[in-house]
Design a protein around this ligand. Structure first.
Ligand SMILES: [Zn+2]
Length: 332
């Protein structure tokens, strides 16, 4: 850490326009390299630094860098995604094997796409199915659908499926919210009315306390198929849930709950690093776009890139299964 911060201070010195400020940053960098203890040892309870000789207030603010770096760890840039998709690989999942997206939102909750638009975008992308997973009624902030509205949506889905029979299938889904205690915001008999249930955390995502029990409980909930964006992290903004992930993944494997790689570029949740751990634990994976509009269906490429970097084979990705196998798994 001392080396990283010293290098940053030197970088900052380079871009200063005033000679005096340049001198100040260089002196701070030199002081950093001479510290006897790692910088963390100088951190006080309130997050500020204890006074260090030759390191002024603007230099010490850069110790916040460590924190903000963690919020950007294991995110891929678009060019890294493109490279991962291009890289010839033996046995890793590829876009060509991908048959359908299992998390997306429509105008029925906070999305901008109609169900018809989802069918046509899906067909355009060569999919065989898409799950419509609007937010559940427990999340009014995301315009969660009531059970009554959901029943109407299902009539509409049945009508579209009749129209596209043999070509494309919309799957009746929901994105249920995992509450702070690990229960899901819908009743068991309500979950049974759906073909695919994604359960995902949307609150308590900035806590540093361990939330393993919360995640374990959500996985054990009957009717949950996919643990959606498991951490709930957001790029450069919040770290998401901290948990004993190998333990969570082992439980998911035992309960046949798939772990999602959410491809929204600001989420990338879970990332390739944790996806490797999920793979080792024997988990199934779901690679989803979390699209709220038609162009966002392309977000799935980010999810596939993470899966490829983790060495996930297509057989472990439920989106690569034929429709009947997927529905059969979901029913069981
Ligand atoms: Zn969500």
């Amino acid at each position: 850490m001392n080396g990283i911060i010293a290098a940053l201070l030197e970088d900052l010195a380079t871009v200063q326009t005033s000679e005096q400020r340049r001198w100040g940053y260089n002196r701070a960098a030199a002081a950093m390299l001479k510290l006897e203890e790692p910088l963390q040892a100088y951190l006080q309870k309130d997050g500020t630094l204890r006074k260090i000789q030759h390191i002024g207030p603007s230099s010490s603010r850069h110790s916040a860098v460590e924190k903000s770096r963690a919020l950007r760890a294991h995110f891929l840039t678009r060019s890294q995604v493109v490279a991962a998709l291009r890289e010839p690989s033996s046995g890793d999942v590829s876009l060509a094997q991908y048959r359908g997206d299992l998390q997306m939102h429509s105008v029925w909750s906070d999305g901008q796409q109609t169900l018809e638009a989802i069918v046509s975008s899906g067909l355009e992308r060569g999919y065989q199915y898409c799950a419509v997973t609007d937010h559940s009624y427990g999340l009014p902030i995301a315009r969660g659908v009531s059970m009554a509205a959901l029943a109407e949506q299902h009539v509409e889905i049945d009508r579209l499926n009749e129209q596209h029979r043999g070509r494309f299938r919309l799957i009746k889904g929901i994105e249920a919210n995992i509450l702070a205690d690990g229960t899901v915001d819908m009743k068991e008999d309500e979950l049974r009315r759906l073909e695919i249930v994604v359960a995902a955390p949307h609150a308590a995502l900035r806590l540093t306390a361990d939330q393993t029990d919360r995640m374990l409980r959500s996985i054990r909930t009957p009717g949950v198929h996919i643990l959606g964006h498991p951490r709930g992290r957001k790029y450069a903004s919040r770290p998401g849930v901290s948990a004993d992930w190998p333990r969570v993944f082992a439980e998911a494997a035992r309960h046949h709950v798939a772990i999602e790689i959410d491809g929204d570029p600001s989420r990338q949740d879970i990332d390739y690093d944790l996806a490797g751990a999920a793979l080792d634990a024997g988990c199934l994976l779901a690679l989803d776009s979390d699209a709220h509009s038609a162009p966002e269906l392309g977000y799935v490429e980010t999810a596939v890139a993470h899966a490829r970097l983790a060495g996930v084979p297509a057989g472990r990705v439920i989106n690569c299964w034929p429709l009947e196998r997927l529905l059969d798994w979901a029913r069981r």
